[in-house]
Design a protein around this ligand. Structure first.
Ligand code: ARG
Length: 488
C-alpha cells in the first residue's frame, strides 16, 4: 500500500518489512492528545491570519474533537501504514471533514510538529514527576520528624565516624530530591519553547502567527531559528539527565536501605509489603524494591547515553535517526515514575531499631571528636587536641575500654585540663543536642527543618485519605506506554 501523504513521486510502494521497521506509531501514539491540541491551535491561528475561513477552522476543530472521541472510545485505530501518529491524525481528519483536512498542514511540517507534540507531552511528564518527588519529600519530612531524636551511626568511608540523628540522615535524602526538583523546573523551561511554524527546516511563506499558537498551547516563547528548531533535541537530553539524577539519588537511598537491612546490621527494617521471600530458603526476607530501584538506575543512565550518542553525529537539520528519541526517553520516564510511586510509602513505613542504632553509634570511639572539641573549647588549639585525643584513643584501645569508661586519672595522663565534666561532654546522647549550628544534626534542627517542609494539610489529603496510602495511584496511565494502544 502506498503512503497517501508522500507517495506522489514514488512508483513502488514501501517494502512491507521497511514499513514495519520504520514505523513510529507504536511509540508515538502516546502523542495523540498532544497532536490534537497542536492541530487545533494551528487551525485556529490559520483562521486568525485569514489563511483559512472561520467556518473551515471550526469544521477542522470539530473534526479533530470527533477523532479524539473516537480514539478514546476505541473506535479509531492507528495504522502503521501511515508511519506515525501525525499522519494517522491527518488522514483521519480528512476522512472526517473531507478535503478540507488536507489544509491543516499549511505553514508546518512533520519535523516541527513532532518536536512540538513531544514538548507538550514531556511538559506533562515533568509535572507528574515533580508531583511524585514532592510526595517523596513530604514522606521523608514526616519520617524525619518522627525520628528527630533517634541516635544513629554516621559513616565516612563506610567506617563509623560520628553519631547523628536518623532524622538528619533522612533530611539529607530530602536535599537530594529538592535539587532534582529544581533541576526539573529548569528542564521545564527548556521544553517550554515552541518550534511549530519552522516547517521542514527553512520556515514558511504563509503569513502565520506563531506567537498566537504558542500562547494557545501554553508555551512561554517560540524558537528563534527554524533550522535549530527542527533539529534540536537538547530538551530530551536535559530531561534524560534529570531523570538519571533522580534515579541516581533513589539508587543511593536504596543502597543504604539494603545495607541497613543486612542480616548482620539490622538497623532499619523495610515493611514486609515491600519485600519478598525465597523459593528455597524459608527464612529469607529480601529488600527487593530498593534492589530493583538500584537496578533500574542503570537504564536511566543508559537512556541518557543513548540520546547523546543518537545526537552526536547528526548534521542539521532533521534526520530520521531522531525518531528513536521518543522510545528512549519515555522508557526512562516510566521507570522514574514507577520508582517514585513506591518511594513515599517505602519511607513512611520504615522502622528503626533504636537500641541497635544507639549501641552501634557508641562503638569505634565515635565520640573522639567530641573529646577533641571539649579540649579545644577549654583553650587547647584544635590540632593539639586532635593529637592528644589520638593518643587517648590508642591508650583506651590497649586497655580494651571505651572513652566513656576510661578513668579520669587516665585522661589526665594526656591532658591536665580534662575534668569530671568530660563524661557528659562525650556522652553521645547529649552531644548530638549540642550540634545546633545551622545544617547540623541536633534534634532541634531536624524538627525545625522537617516542619518547614512538612505541610500537614497536603500530607493529610495525600497520604491518609482513601484507606491508607491510596493517593499514590493517580497513575501514569496516558502518559506512558502502559496505556493500551490500538494499532492495526
Ligand atoms: N515519524 C517521524 C518521527 O517521529 C516523523 C518524520 C518526519 N519527517 C520526515 N522527514 N520523515 O521522527
Amino acid at each position: 500500500m502506498k503512503n497517501a501523504t508522500w507517495s506522489g513521486r514514488f512508483k513502488k510502494s514501501l517494502d512491507k518489512e521497511v514499513l514495519e521497521f520504520s514505523e513510529s506509531v507504536s511509540v508515538d501514539h502516546l502523542l495523540f492528545d498532544s497532536d490534537i491540541k497542536v492541530c487545533m491551535a494551528h487551525a485556529q491561528m490559520l483562521c486568525e491570519c485569514k489563511i483559512i475561513t472561520k467556518s473551515e477552522s471550526n469544521k477542522i476543530c470539530k473534526g479533530l474533537q470527533t477523532i479524539q472521541k473516537k480514539y478514546n472510545d476505541g473506535k479509531l485505530s492507528l495504522s502503521i501504514n501511515l508511519e506515525d501518529v501525525h499522519m494517522n491524525i491527518e488522514q483521519a481528519l480528512t476522512k472526517e471533514v473531507g478535503d478540507l483536512g488536507k489544509k491543516i498542514h499549511m505553514g508546518r511540517s512533520r519535523n516541527d510538529l513532532v518536536s512540538t507534540d513531544l514538548r507538550l507531552y514531556l511538559r506533562d511528564c515533568v509535572d507528574l514527576i515533580l508531583k511524585k518527588i514532592k510526595d517523596t519529600r513530604y514522606a521523608i519530612a514526616i519520617t524525619a520528624l518522627d525520628n528527630s531524636n533517634v541516635v544513629f551511626p554516621g559513616y565516612t568511608h563506610m567506617q563509623l565516624a560520628q553519631p547523628i540523628t536518623f532524622g538528619h540522615h533522612l533530611l539529607a535524602w530530602h536535599e537530594m530530591l529538592q535539587r532534582d526538583e529544581q533541576r526539573l523546573d529548569s528542564v521545564r523551561e527548556v521544553i517550554n519553547v515552541m518550534p511549530l511554524g519552522s516547517a521542514a527546516l527553512s520556515g514558511t511563506p504563509y503569513p502565520i502567527d506563531r506567537k498566537s499558537v504558542a500562547k494557545k498551547l501554553g508555551f512561554k516563547t517560540i524558537s528563534a531559528n527554524s533550522m535549530d528548531a527542527v533539529s534540536d533535541r537538547d530538551f530530551v537530553c536535559d530531561f534524560a539527565y534529570s531523570c538519571s539524577m533522580v534515579m541516581m539519588h533513589l539508587s543511593r537511598i536504596s543502597e543504604e536501605l539494603i545495607y541497613w537491612m543486612n542480616t548482620h546490621i539490622k538497623l532499619v527494617d523495610i515493611d514486609e509489603a515491600f519485600c519478598t521471600g525465597s523459593s528455597i530458603m524459608p527464612q529469607k526476607k529480601n529488600p527487593d524494591v530498593p534492589e530493583l530501584i538500584r537496578g533500574k538506575c542503570g537504564s536511566a543512565i543508559g537512556a541518557l547515553t543513548s540520546l547523546l550518542v543518537l545526537m552526536k553525529g547528526l548534521p542539521l537539520t532533521y534526520n530520521r535517526d531522531m525518531q528513536e528519541d521518543k522510545g528512549i526517553i519515555i522508557a526512562s520516564i516510566s521507570e522514574v515514575l514507577s520508582c517514585l510511586n513506591l518511594m513515599p510509602r517505602l519511607i513512611l513505613t520504615l522502622t528503626v531499631n533504636q537500641k541497635r542504632a544507639l549501641s552501634f553509634s557508641k562503638q569505634g570511639y565515635s565520640n573522639a571528636t567530641d573529646l577533641a572539641d571539649y579540649l579545644t573549647m577549654k583553650g587547647t588549639p584544635f590540632r593539639d587536641s586532635h593529637e592528644i585525643v589520638g593518643k587517648i584513643v590508642r591508650h583506651a584501645e590497649l586497655k580494651n575500654t571505651t572513652l566513656d569508661d576510661l578513668p579520669l586519672k587516665d585522661f589526665n595522663k594526656f591532658s591536665k585540663i580534662i575534668g569530671d565534666d568530660v563524661y557528659s561532654a562525650i556522652n553521645i546522647e547529649k552531644s548530638i543536642h549540642k550540634k545546633i549550628a545551622s545544617g547540623s544534626t541536633s534534634p532541634v534542627n531536624v524538627k525545625k527543618s522537617a516542619k518547614k517542609i512538612y505541610q500537614p494539610r497536603i500530607i493529610n489529603s495525600l497520604y491518609f485519605e482513601n484507606n491508607n496510602f491510596g493517593m499514590f495511584h493517580d497513575s501514569i496511565e496516558g502518559l506512558t506506554p502502559r496505556k493500551k494502544i490500538r494499532i492495526r
